[in-house]
Ligand binder design. Structure first.
Ligand code: ZN
Length: 315
């Protein structure tokens, strides 16, 4: 058990469509307690029940670690959607519809009366990497998370650029349908979902491929990389195309923002150096004048980037 002192602490919450994840951190970004707290969002519920579960989780962590509520600087919440961060309003959260139009500060304070901040969840991850991770010492950086979609955040002059949607710039005109209503957005090709969709297509066309060794509906991103690793030609083509799509978007963003650092997070980034090397080479070829001055690296905080970033939104 932690001793009772006058140290200050910061709650970071990742409010996802599937789970609520809560972490408590000291001012140096260290986790308090053994583990983060996690419970299901049950996203179809009324928002009041969801916010109450978040507050209950926070109280549980406080009790377990013998920390008083007066020692809490505030709660930062990563919202899966568009936010008005100044007025603490949720503008649009597609996966948790009851949150739309809700003032999170007013409503959350009914359960826990501490300062409340909100931000888009992908931006929280970028803030986390900036405060304590890979982009810590960089003034201008971009961070992306490759998952179901592509989230991410752009940091210019040490500040996050609000309200960006980094996954939704079109790289294939009239391409695959995107959840945003357009076609051919970067995330439809360069997210894990995009990789899996292409792998299924290629597997069907190439019955001899080892991609067919598991049920079509069970194909997952790491499996495609593993099959490519053992020399399967079909899987290699899928990965080569994937790297091309991923690099196309990265080159676009680097051409526009000229960041010092580009951080790649999310499950696919666990492919580590072999993937990064291919991406660097491909981006180098696509970048204006082939003059790549941006370092491309893997995320340091992994899955924790979002909750750490949320906890330090105001610092
Ligand atoms: Zn889109």
């Amino acid at each position: 058990m932690k001793n009772i002192d006058n140290k200050k602490y910061n709650f970071g919450i990742d409010l996802g469509g599937t789970n609520i994840v809560i972490g408590l951190f000291d001012d140096d970004g260290n986790f308090i307690g053994e583990e983060y707290y996690k419970c299901p969002t049950n996203a179809n519920r009324n928002y009041k029940l969801i916010l109450k579960d978040m507050a209950d989780g926070c109280y549980k962590i406080l009790v377990e670690n013998k920390i008083k509520i007066t020692q809490i600087n505030g709660i930062g919440i990563g919202i899966p959607g568009k936010c008005d961060i100044k007025n603490k309003l949720v503008i649009g959260a597609c996966n948790i519809k009851s949150l739309n139009g809700i003032n999170i500060e007013t409503e959350m304070k009914k359960f826990m009366d501490v300062p409340i901040n909100i931000e888009n969840d992908a931006n929280c991850a970028a803030v986390g990497e900036k405060k304590f991770g890979a982009s810590r010492n960089y003034t201008n950086s971009i961070m992306i998370t490759l998952g179901t979609g592509i989230g991410g955040g752009i940091i210019i002059n040490n500040k996050i650029l609000p309200n960006t949607e980094i996954g939704h710039h079109v790289i294939v005109l009239n391409g695959e349908n995107c959840t945003c209503g357009r076609k051919g957005c970067w995330e439809t090709y360069a997210s894990a979902t995009g990789l899996i969709r292409e792998a299924k297509k290629y597997a069907k066309k190439n019955p001899e491929s080892k991609l067919n060794d598991i049920d079509e509906n069970k194909i997952y991103a790491k499996f495609v990389f593993d099959v490519a690793e053992i020399g399967d030609k079909t899987a290699i083509s899928v990965i080569d195309n994937y790297v091309d799509y991923l690099s196309e978007g990265i080159a676009n963003l680097i051409n526009i923002f000229d960041p010092d650092l580009f951080v790649i997070g999310g499950g696919i980034s666990n492919q580590g150096i072999s993937l990064l090397r291919k991406v660097r080479q491909t981006v180098q070829k696509k970048i204006y004048a082939n003059d790549l001055n941006t370092k491309i690296v893997q995320s340091k905080l992994g899955n924790y980037a979002g909750i750490i970033g949320a906890a330090f939104l105001n610092k």
